[in-house]
Design a binder for this molecule. Structure first.
Ligand code: ZN
Length: 196
């Protein structure tokens, strides 16, 4: 995956959807600040990021902040990421967001400190700590990777992909509603729309 895609992916993984070049370089591990700055300037010129001076959401400093240009990229809209998995359910984008909130809620409940910025790392750590069963963690990775392919690689999200995502979501939800009901409900209240 290219560095610009990794930068966008990182910004999408943090709730503020933006931060300064220093924090971006340090927390995403993409490379030296100069490289990150150069890529961010290019992404801004392409209209994918907005760069403005302000308070950095990830640190106690005022700097030039790169923020994603809009909620949900145009690519994800174009490729059906916002279409419900079936009538009355979440879209792949919403399912991904819900799982992100759920992992944060699980982390707050069972772990110390801040969760990792990357959802992949968060899922894997929760699984290794036996807070998530292997099967459900795999289904979360399925939703996460499908969503990333739609948004970053322009995967056309057709009926087969929707079927996989829907089944993965149901496997996660069935487990979470029974075993981590509180964190699951908390994730719902943090989301704009609730799971059907
Ligand atoms: Zn910062």
């Amino acid at each position: 995956m290219s560095e610009s895609k990794l930068i966008i992916q990182f910004l999408e993984s943090i709730p503020s959807r933006g931060c300064c070049d220093d924090c971006l370089a340090r927390k995403s591990g993409i490379g030296p600040r100069q490289l990150v700055g150069r890529i961010c300037r290019r992404l801004a010129s392409e209209g994918k990021l907005v760069r403005k001076k302000g308070r950095c959401p990830l640190g106690d400093h005022t700097k030039l902040i790169s923020r994603l240009a809009s909620k949900g990229s145009t690519a994800s809209r174009r490729w059906g990421a916002h279409k419900p998995l079936q009538a009355g359910t979440l879209s792949i984008e919403e399912a991904w967001r819900y799982i992100d909130r759920f992992c944060r809620a699980l982390w707050a409940r069972h772990m110390k400190g801040e969760p990792p910025a990357s959802l992949a790392e968060s899922i894997t750590t929760l699984r290794d700590e036996q807070l998530l069963p292997v099967h459900q963690a795999n289904m979360m990775h399925t939703i996460r990777t499908l969503r990333n392919l739609v948004v970053h690689e322009n995967l056309d999200f057709g009926e087969h992909e929707r079927t996989i995502a829907r089944a993965a979501w149901q496997i996660v939800r069935d487990w979470a509603e029974h075993r981590e009901a509180q964190a699951w409900r908390l994730a719902a209240t943090m989301c704009a729309r609730h799971a059907a």
